[in-house]
Design a protein. Structure first.
Length: 200
């Protein structure tokens, strides 16, 4: 993908042969306080569940999901995901798509990008009970990289809406608009801190 590589085992990106941070790694400087004191095993289980939900959505969008082999714990998330699709009419163009920025030297894997009620939308799927404050800057980081990496899909100046799609284990899905114009500045500030720390 034009110089972008991802090592699945190490969860590490390289761009043109050089290591670059991922979006979530960049934001750890901001999110660390939210997870302070949480049992590492609980965090690991939540991360594994999130990865499984993302993979399930990816396969479902591609029409390759084998529901007979689906872990029963994932079934409520699949129901919520499909209810969202039916109610919103969202049409995915990209899912689990890797993007990068040569200008800012970082990369990431966005969850979903497509059309929502006729408008371009970037959606981050969350299988959590509570959204983290960094969700806005996270999606802003994906937007910046997507504009640079795929300018034919998201040209400069073209409006894109950002959302967090909350898929609960119980209850109805919720789509949260992320409208803070400062999200991009927050992400780039965190990236500056990340690169400063890495250099020193």
């Amino acid at each position: 993908m034009r110089g972008l590589r991802f090592d699945e085992a190490r969860h590490a990106y390289t761009l043109d042969g050089e290591p670059v941070p991922g979006v979530t790694s960049v934001l750890k400087v901001l999110s660390a306080a939210d997870y302070a004191g949480v049992d590492p095993d609980v965090l690991a289980a939540a991360a594994a569940r999130g990865q499984a939900v993302h993979r399930m959505i990816e396969l479902d969008v591609q029409g390759r999901l084998d529901e007979s082999s689906l872990d029963p714990l994932l079934e409520p998330y699949l129901v919520a995901w499909r209810e969202f699709l039916a109610a919103s009419g969202f049409v995915p163009i990209l899912q689990e798509h890797r993007v990068a920025s040569r200008r800012y030297r970082y990369a990431g894997t966005l969850d979903l990008f497509g059309y929502l009620r006729g408008e371009l939308a970037l959606i981050d799927a969350k299988s959590v009970a509570r959204l983290m404050p960094t969700t806005g800057p996270q999606t802003a980081g994906y937007e910046i990289a997507l504009r640079e990496w795929e300018p034919e899909l998201l040209p400069a100046g073209e409006r894109v809406l950002r959302f967090a799609l909350q898929l609960p284990s119980k209850g109805r899905w919720q789509l949260h608009p992320l409208t803070d114009r400062g999200d991009a500045r927050v992400f780039l500030s965190a990236l500056t801190l990340y690169h400063f720390t890495a250099r020193n």
